[in-house]
Each structure stands twice: as C-alpha cells, then as structure tokens.
Ligand binder design. Structure first.
Ligand SMILES: [Zn+2]
Length: 138
C-alpha cells in the first residue's frame, strides 16, 4: 500500500514462516509446537530447540502473555517511525512460555507500561498483504 512507508517483514525463509503471516492476516497467532516433546518455541526454525527433532506443527495460541521487558523509543533510527514516538519496543512472554519481540499499543507510553502487566495480542493490518502482531493491555 503506497501510504504505508514503514518497513514490512522480509522473510528469510518464506516456506518456514509464511504460515505465521497467513494466520496474522486472519487475526490468529500461531506458534511452533514440537510434537515429540510438546513444547512451544519461538522463532520458527527447522528443529525444536528443546529436543532437536524436526517434527513440529503450527499451534494456535491464546495471544495472552505478560510484559517481560521493554524500552521506550524516542529517537527512531528510521524516520518513518517519527510519528509514533514515544513507542514501546517490548519483549512479551506468552502464556505458552515463548518470548516475542513486539510493540505495546493502546496504552499510554511510557506511563502505562509496567513489567509483568498482562497483555493480549492485537493485529495491525498495515497493508492488504501484511498484518503485524502487536500487544495491548489485557
Ligand atoms: Zn521438542
């Protein structure tokens, strides 16, 4: 979309990560889950980091988690983010145990942020093809 000037995701291995992005456009959050050891992991990769087996599936998760840590960006490196400052660059720990990098939205920045606050995924349809997974207070 011509009026979206920020960078879009660039998949290094689309055949590995496309299901995540397809789910995001449906406003669903999918995370890899290992079939043999039943554990979740993030980011997507060929082998489970817990047991090293290559037998895993995409599992739909609740999108619920907690704010693990964050920083507040006031001087973005990319000028296309200037209109967003201050914004939260955060590590979110999902209830399933994995940690994702994302943004916290629908929340006063920085005063509304507190480590361990409950969060829930929200989906930002930035172009017809791309939806970004962000988090907001639960
Ligand atoms: Zn495993």
């Amino acid at each position: 979309m011509a009026d979206y000037a920020k960078p879009l995701p660039r998949q290094e291995v689309p055949e590995l990560t496309q299901p995540f992005w397809d789910a995001a456009t449906r406003h669903e959050l999918l995370i890899p889950r290992c079939r043999p050891c039943n554990r979740y992991f993030w980011y997507p990769r060929p082998a489970c980091p817990h047991c090293l087996r290559e037998d895993w599936e995409w599992a739909k998760v609740s999108g619920r988690g907690r704010l693990h840590t964050y920083t507040v960006v006031r001087q973005p490196q990319n000028p296309n983010f200037q209109g967003d400052v201050p914004y939260a660059y955060a590590v979110v720990q999902l209830d399933e145990g994995v940690r994702m990098i994302s943004n916290i939205v629908d929340c006063p920045i920085p005063d509304g942020l507190q480590v361990d606050m409950p969060l829930v995924a929200t989906f930002d349809d930035v172009t017809p093809e791309w939806t970004l997974v962000k988090f907001k207070p639960a």
